[in-house]
Write a new protein. Structure first.
Length: 228
């Protein structure tokens, strides 16, 4: 049976879906025109960095406080090496199979059960990441707004976490999720990464400033017999 133009026969007899651009050789003899529908390398890097870090960056300080500097550095190095090796394996599979989809890579490596497992893993990861983001917005955004508007009377609607959660989901999350291509998400990923770096630098500076100020402050010892 002859396979269609949008599928590729593998060594195991499976057929993986591939578009016209995905079925072309990686190294062609003649130069081909580059498609203009994808994302740039820089935006792809920001998307990958945002996906790797995510909301888990908020727990790094707690993990460092519990494990210590040496233990935290060792664990962070191990996780970084595992992530780099995983990306290396994914890239090698893409070069060997000429497919660029996670599900098709799972199909090529482990059969139909691998494709289902990869799809379920992606679904669980996306749902968990989005749930953690929305929970942070619901719990932290009202306090952030209240710090800018200290004179609010009663319980205004813009300090209600559930209302802010609905507004954020409908006005920000939903339009970004409906984008036909993820290239535009590079702007939001780069913005979120710069905010992460900014708040990390500000937190370190404020903590060091408080430590310096408290160490320079003289300790006043009042003896009971000299008090009036």
């Amino acid at each position: 049976m002859q396979a269609s133009d949008s599928s590729i026969n593998t060594l195991d007899g499976h057929q993986v879906s591939a578009g016209r651009d995905e079925s072309t050789p990686l190294l062609a003899n003649s130069p081909q025109r580059r498609s203009s529908g994808g994302t740039s390398f820089g935006f792809a890097v920001f998307n990958l960095m945002n996906a790797i870090m995510g909301s888990g960056i908020l727990g790094l300080s707690y993990a460092m406080a519990k494990t210590g500097i040496l233990g935290f550095s060792a664990l962070l190095l191990i996780v970084a090496l595992l992530a780099a090796y995983s990306i290396h394996l994914l890239l090698r599979m893409c070069l060997l199979t000429a497919v660029t989809s996670y599900e098709d890579l799972g199909l090529y490596a482990f059969g139909r059960s691998g494709k289902v497992l990869v799809a379920c893993t992606i679904l669980i990861q996306n749902v968990g990441a989005m749930s953690s983001y929305l929970f942070i917005i619901k719990s932290e955004l009202p306090a952030a707004i209240a710090s800018f508007l200290p004179g609010a009377q009663g319980e205004p609607w813009y300090l209600d976490g559930r209302t802010l959660l609905i507004i954020t989901s409908v006005c920000i999350v939903l339009p970004l999720a409906l984008l036909p291509k993820i290239g535009f998400l590079g702007y939001t990923s780069s913005l979120s990464f710069f905010f992460m770096v900014y708040f990390a630098v500000v937190s370190c500076y404020v903590q060091s400033w408080h430590s310096t100020f408290s160490s320079d402050k003289p300790n006043l010892i009042i003896k009971p017999g000299l008090s009036h």
